[in-house]
Design a protein around this ligand. Structure first.
Ligand code: ZN
Length: 414
């Protein structure tokens, strides 16, 4: 039996009506859907304790509110196996459950726990799992996914009872990133090339960067000048409007998305073998064996190309036909990362599409989803693979399709 309790309206009344045999200690339940995570989690814990210790019931599903940005939906499941279920069968079920992580899209993680209650008040619910999703919709897709239904068919005959409870909370990955607490625990890495004339330029020489001095301290008592720069020059950001009609311009990129945790995927070995390398989905999956890329994060691609920066000729690496040859993301990788709900992609080459691209699939795909791009990054080799926080200080040029940016990373000190 499933009790579906709508998160919000009046969970206490709902519980009392549906399960009058229990006393439900959910005095804070009216805050449960509007208030802070701590209240929500507290309510969850109370509900869990009450249900585990008192319940003879089968399944309870609390329907959480839709996940806001930076939150995840946590789908808690506990199993009570029938007496006599072989331990090999239980092992098979546990393995099959954990394997769903790779078989169903948008499962952030599946965590496993076994009962260690010293009081033996667990009502026989010996195996617990928490499945995390980026959104409520992802959970619904999971529940009806054929691979999940196949798992349900596997486990159902072995169950004497089960317990399910859904709730929303802060994305755990977000809590473990290197948010600065004080200067002693962190260092700042500058990922920006100095802006000036004669840098490697995608459209070589079409618009020159210039800087002119207007006032000098000697003559005027203070100094000032003016500069002219192409938007897509030096270390810079591409706004959605760069490729998408009606897309957000650079001044419209939300400030919130400009300060995000980042991960760094190192493909220097691949690039040494192949200058035309494009990031593969397999490479991302192998990176994710160390943990899935958190939603809302920025993914940086370390190709090692920055070593060529001082020579525009080597950095552009044009072949005899004038076609530039350099590595970058692939459209397939961009699609995979878009499914991870990343905020931005960044690379240490001149474009988020590799040099041979004629169709700019990465630009189209990412920018159409509001994922902005960072190009010509520097010092990516000084970042850890995870746990850095990125600050993207881009010039908010009105209606600009992109702009030079100061990109800084806060990195926990080793
Ligand atoms: Zn650009």
């Amino acid at each position: 039996m499933i009790y579906l309790l709508k998160g919000g309206t009046n969970i206490h009344a709902d519980l009392t009506a549906k399960m009058p045999q229990f006393v439900w200690h959910l005095s804070s339940e009216t805050k449960m859907h509007s208030a802070k995570n701590s209240v929500r989690i507290l309510s969850f814990i109370i509900a869990l304790v009450v249900a585990l210790f008192c319940s003879q019931q089968t399944v309870i599903a609390l329907s959480p509110e839709p996940a806001a940005t930076g939150t995840v939906v946590r789908h808690y499941v506990a199993f009570k196996f029938k007496d006599g279920t072989a331990s090999e069968k239980i092992e098979q079920i546990v393995a099959a459950f954990k394997h769903l992580q790779t078989e169903v899209p948008d499962v952030l993680s599946i965590e496993e726990g076994v009962n260690v209650s010293p009081e033996h008040m667990n009502k026989g619910l010996t195996h617990g799992f928490i499945v995390s999703f980026p959104t409520l919709n992802a959970r619904d897709v999971y529940l009806l996914h054929p691979n999940h239904l196949r798992f349900v068919d596997l486990v159902r005959p072995e169950l004497a009872d089960s317990f399910i409870l859904d709730f929303a909370c802060d994305a755990p990955e977000k809590l473990t990133t290197g948010i600065p607490t004080n200067g002693q625990n962190n260092q700042i890495v500058d990922l920006t090339h100095v802006l000036g004339p004669d840098l490697p330029d995608f459209h070589e020489g079409s618009v020159a960067f210039t800087y002119d001095s207007i006032y000098t301290v000697k003559k005027d008592g203070y100094a000032g000048g003016k500069f002219c720069t192409p938007e897509h020059y030096g270390t810079h950001i591409d706004a959605p409007s760069h490729f998408i009609d009606e897309g957000a311009s650079v001044d419209q990129i939300s400030a919130d998305s400009l300060i995000r945790p980042c991960v760094v995927i190192d493909v220097r070995d691949e690039v040494k073998q192949n200058s035309d390398y494009q990031l593969t989905v397999d490479k991302i999956k192998s990176f994710e064996t160390g943990g899935k890329i958190p939603p809302g994060s920025i993914v940086l691609l370390l190709t090692g190309w920055e070593d060529r920066w001082s020579s525009p000729k080597e950095y552009r690496n044009a072949d005899a036909t004038g076609t530039m040859r350099f590595p970058s993301f692939s459209p397939e990788a961009a699609a995979y990362l878009a499914d991870r709900s990343v905020a931005a992609l960044g690379v240490d080459t001149i474009s988020a599409d590799y040099g041979l691209s004629k169709t700019y699939g990465v630009h189209h795909l990412a920018l159409s989803k509001g994922i902005f791009l960072i190009e010509n990054l520097n010092n990516l080799d000084k970042l850890p693979a995870r746990n850095a926080l990125l600050f993207c200080g881009v010039l908010p040029i009105k209606n600009g399709t992109g702009a030079p940016a100061r990109i800084l990373a806060v990195v926990p000190k080793p």
